[in-house]
Design a protein around this ligand. Structure first.
Ligand SMILES: N[C@@H](CCC(=O)N[C@@H](CS)C(=O)NCC(=O)O)C(=O)O
Length: 184
């Protein structure tokens, strides 16, 4: 069974704080695939993933290397026993799950990230603690030195302003309300 090869050797490169990384972690844990997590402070991850891609999570197994969280879920789903699949087999339920996952990936997650970072970036001690959870000691030591640079890079890259944070909060509320509507 292919899932056994993933079990032997799965290696997940992540950030401590990331909805995409949490999604991959969740899938591996839900399927009881044992894996080694290699966490990095944002910025340092480039040293580890550069040969294969530009973002985390990256999952490396004996069979393949995957550089996108949705691809990771589909791969794990395909090798899981039918009784433990991540996605429903019923086509319309499956479509609904794929739609929700996409909505959360592309809208809800980025909105939460923008809104949370807008406030967290003012609390340097807290964000450094969050980013450092489980990372190599050298990155923990260097983060306070490079933090101002990383923060301004992230603010520009993710377009974090008071206005985008306020818009993000509206997106979070809208999606939460829509997702709570009963399906008809
Ligand atoms: N579509 C990708 C997006 C992953 C992504 O954007 N990851 C962020 C972390 S939340 C990242 O690696 N950002 C750093 C960078 O792009 O250099 C996925 O689902 O895996």
């Amino acid at each position: 069974m292919q899932v056994d090869s993933a079990k032997k050797s799965a290696y997940l490169i992540t950030f401590a704080v990331s909805h995409y990384c949490e999604k991959a972690r969740w899938a591996l844990e839900r399927l009881s695939v044992s894996f080694i997590e290699d966490r990095h402070v944002p910025g340092f991850h480039w040293l580890y993933i550069r040969p294969v891609g530009g973002s985390v999570p990256v999952l490396v197994t004996e069979a393949k290397t995957l550089t996108d969280s949705t691809d990771i879920l589909h791969y794990l789903d395909a090798i899981a026993p039918v009784s433990r699949r991540l996605y429903p087999t019923d086509p319309s339920l499956r479509q609904e799950v794929i739609h929700l996952a996409d909505l959360f990936d592309t809208q809800l997650g980025p909105a939460i990230r923008c809104w949370a970072y807008f406030y967290l970036f003012n609390n340097r001690k807290l964000i450094q603690e969050l980013w450092c959870e489980g990372v190599p000691p050298v990155e923990r030591t260097l983060l306070p030195i490079i933090f101002p640079l990383l923060r301004s890079f992230a603010v520009r890259k993710l377009n974090i302003t008071a206005e985008t944070a306020a818009d993000s909060l509206k997106t979070i509320k809208r999606i939460s309300q829509e997702s709570n509507q009963p399906a008809c």
